[in-house]
Design a protein around this ligand. Structure first.
Ligand SMILES: NC(=O)c1ccc[n+]([C@@H]2O[C@H](COP(=O)([O-])OP(=O)(O)OC[C@H]3O[C@@H](n4cnc5c(N)ncnc54)[C@H](OP(=O)(O)O)[C@@H]3O)[C@@H](O)[C@H]2O)c1
Length: 379
């Protein structure tokens, strides 16, 4: 989307792209300068009235199931799905599920063409909902975004107001996407463990620790005062994981090896992002009354285990879902993320990429080659 975006009292700055313009107006309306009249939106920021005039915007689109290709192309306003809020997307992010959606490696996309991207953060341009007005900064994660409904990997998104969460005070839009679904899920896992009173006398395990959910779960739990053991298949990331607060690194292979029905009691809590053989190795290592928050399947969907951890040690296996998480819990999790995730730790997990770089990064995330979080810049 080509924006002529005015900064307060500083004239126009031109940004090349597709066909939209934001011009500041004092004492009257001015046309956008692109000659395109497809759609005009009024937006107020401070004392300045902005006219947003747009026809096309840039989007990563998966056109068809066969052949399955994702490419960046101009999209038109008419292609946007129905919804009561139009958002100018500033940032999106890359999650494991986005990797599946962009490459077609998993059956994530439910209709075509589809803009993937399960996360977005941006500014409301238009709203038919009383809950939001132009200029509001908002976050959206889950609810089928990028699966059933055009997602965050585009300059514009039209969505349902009830899916949105206001950007919590203290977070920037970029930081919010540094968190994204991964950090939100990490916080839901922490909240589930707390609700099961895991306590701080025993260690807490995080698996897939160098990934997005794993990095943020490690940072959150360490900051909250737990002794975190970070399990990874990438021992080269030991320094990174320790910088996030991990007290000890455990090689993934230890957990993935076939376990005895019960191993020594070690962990009071665990956040598992891997599933499969790794989760099967976590359960027998849980201490009496311990809890495992299971949120991922990066290492497999099958779980072969015995009932012994459950019936002899009272271990709890807690399911975590971020997609359909109810609004009240979402608001609480985002408030906690805004207050309890130290910014330097968040920044340490983040790298920023362009929309054009996303298809390649999507391949990398599925191979377990992405460290921490990828934020995708759209504004
Ligand atoms: N339940 C929910 O609502 C929810 C929300 C978000 C994510 N998830 C799921 O959580 C998982 C992590 O998501 P993410 O976005 O954090 O992905 P990610 O950044 O790719 O992290 C996944 C990590 O898992 C480990 N891993 C990757 N491939 C593996 C394999 N074949 N065997 C064992 N370990 C492997 C790697 O960690 P190491 O290199 O440290 O070993 C990798 O960094 C995914 O399965 C995702 O679908 C679920």
């Amino acid at each position: 989307m080509a924006f002529l975006r005015a900064k307060k009292d500083r004239g126009f700055r031109s940004n090349r792209g597709c066909g939209a313009a934001i011009l500041p107006v004092r004492g009257g309306l001015h046309a956008g300068g692109t000659g395109m009249e497809a759609s005009t939106h009024l937006q107020t920021r401070g004392a300045i009235l902005y006219v947003v005039d747009m026809q096309t915007f840039k989007a990563l689109v998966v056109e068809t199931a066969d052949p399955y290709t994702a490419q960046v192309r101009p999209a038109s306003m008419d292609e946007l799905p129905p919804g009561d809020v139009l958002v100018r997307v500033a940032y999106s992010s890359l999650n494991y599920k986005d990797g599946l959606a962009i490459t077609g490696a998993g059956k994530v996309v439910r209709s075509f063409p589809m803009v993937p991207g399960i996360d977005l953060a941006g500014t409301v341009l238009e709203s038919a909902s009383p809950d939001y007005k132009p200029g509001d900064e908002v976050i959206l994660t889950g609810w089928g975004l990028g699966e059933r409904h055009w997602g965050g990997l585009a300059e514009l998104a039209r969505v349902r107001a009830e899916w949105l969460v206001p950007l919590p005070q203290g977070l920037t839009l970029q930081q919010a996407m540094g968190i994204g679904t991964a950090g939100f899920t990490a916080m839901l896992a922490v909240m589930a463990l707390e609700a099961h009173a895991i306590g701080k006398t025993k260690e807490v395990l995080v698996t897939g620790a160098a990934g997005g959910v794993g990095s943020l779960a490690t940072a959150l739990l360490a900051h909250l005062g737990y002794r975190v053991v970070a399990s990874t298949g990438r021992m080269a990331e030991e320094g990174y994981l320790k910088s996030l607060g991990a007290a000890e690194i455990l090689e993934r292979a230890v957990l993935a090896a076939p376990p005895k029905p019960l191993e020594s009691e070690r962990f009071g809590g665990a956040v598992d992002t891997v599933g499969g053989a790794v989760l099967a190795g976590v359960l027998p290592r849980m201490a009496y009354g311990g809890s495992v928050a299971a949120c991922g399947n990066a290492g497999g969907v099958k779980l072969e285990t015995t009932v012994f951890p459950f019936i002899l040690r009272g271990v709890n296996l807690l399911g975590i879902d971020s997609v359909m998480c109810p609004k009240e819990k979402r608001l609480l999790a985002w408030q906690r993320l805004a207050h309890e995730l130290p910014r330097p730790l968040l920044e340490a997990t983040m790298q920023t990429a362009s929309l054009e770089e996303v298809p390649e990064l999507a391949q990398a995330i599925l191979k377990g080659q992405v460290r921490g979080r990828v934020v995708v810049r759209l504004a």
